[in-house]
Design a binder for this molecule. Structure first.
Ligand code: SAM
Length: 210
């Protein structure tokens, strides 16, 4: 995986801090779709620097996060040390394909700029479904997607992600058992390495039936 898919070492930490800055609008739009409330039990997959939690999740009763990169776990722990001290937050190194939580654990699961790096997406969605409480929701953001009308050939080469369109996602979600599937789009400026206009960033939402 590239430094984007699994930020590693000193360079990975610098890059992740860059994401924290450059993804500000991605976080804001995701938070607005997720409508996180104090009584939520939140899981974030692929939290990177942990800055979304720091800015948008502090008011939540219980927060958990999982990231495949041990260096991101270390960085996110530094950034969220107060929440850790208050025992409101647990941050774990691991892969989406094997979540270390029991069935029906979370009322909301979010992921920002990570979904398109996951291998075996069918099994990843089944894992998400398993740990989500009945009636719970997932909110997943991807700045680049097949609905944005852009040529991503160079980005795929450099960053190494998979592109999805609404139809792919709808089918994948239905096969995993999700209902109430909806799509939101936003426009934003993305800065880290070279300025980009994200023309049609995608945020999809779906629920586990009660
Ligand atoms: C581009 S970064 C985004 C980080 C953060 N969400 C943000 O927007 O600032 C992608 C993150 O997903 C994590 N990741 C990639 N594949 C993963 C997997 N299979 N399971 C868990 N985390 C994963 C990476 O380690 C990385 O921290």
């Amino acid at each position: 995986m590239t430094q984007f898919g699994k930020p590693t070492g000193k360079l990975g930490k610098i890059l992740a801090k860059g994401f924290a800055f450059g993804h500000k609008d991605f976080y804001k739009n995701t938070a607005s779709v997720a409508e996180l409330t104090e009584s939520d039990e939140l899981l974030e997959i692929g939290f990177g620097s942990g800055m979304f939690i720091n800015k948008y999740a502090k008011h939540i009763k219980h927060i958990a996060g999982l990231d495949i990169s041990p260096d991101m776990v270390e960085l996110a722990k530094e950034i969220n040390s107060k929440l850790l001290d208050e025992k409101k937050l647990e941050l774990i190194e691991g892969n989406i394909l094997s979540l270390p939580w029991s069935d029906d654990s979370f009322s909301v699961i979010i992921s920002i700029e990570s979904f398109f790096f996951w291998e075996n997406i069918e099994n990843a969605l089944l894992e998400i479904y398993r740990v989500l409480k009945p009636g719970g929701r997932i909110v997943i953001e991807m700045a680049f997607n097949l609905e944005d009308g852009q040529d991503h050939t160079k980005d795929i080469k450099k960053i190494g992600f998979q592109l999805y369109d609404e139809k792919n996602i709808r089918n994948l979600l239905k096969e995993s058992g999700f209902i109430d599937i909806s799509f939101n789009y936003y426009k934003a400026f993305w800065i880290p390495i070279k300025g980009y206009i994200v023309t049609k960033g995608m945020i999809f939402k779906a629920c586990k039936p009660n």
